[in-house]
Write a protein that binds this ligand. Sequence first.
Ligand code: MG
Length: 171
Amino acid sequence: MPAPQTAAMRIGHGYDLHRLEPLAPAGRGRPFILGGVRFDHPVGPVGHSDGDAVYHAVVDALLGAVGLPDIGQAFPDTDPKWDGQDSAHFVVAAREAIARAGYAVVNIDVTVICERPKLAERKGEMIANIARLLGIDAATVNLKGKTHEKVDAVGEGRAVEVHVVALLAGA
Ligand code: MG
């Protein structure tokens, strides 16, 4: 069986969830940013960095595809250096990591699950941001917004959840 690093194609899955709280100082929520897009919303993610769950899941999909440690190991939330960090930095780092491993992105499929805000009108911006940071064509990035049908924490607006699948090819 060939070593995984020599595979022609590799797939990765990324997942992230952030609890949503009222914005500081009323709560611990940071401004609600998803895929680099800031939403005007009364609650936002609790997180060590800027809490961008879309970027975090993209990073984990890419790192996972090439068998590297996940975002929490690469950028630990115990390190004050990452406090409030723009998560675009992590996406660029993941891009560089997969390039070093000899891979390039074929396509990325993102699913965002949250009750509010509605994402439809901002999808294009999020896709453009992901594509720009990864240096790929926006046509290779897809993003879907779903609700959780008002059930469980995500459906009750207490969390945002993101799944990402990324396909890579040997460059
Ligand atoms: Mg996260």
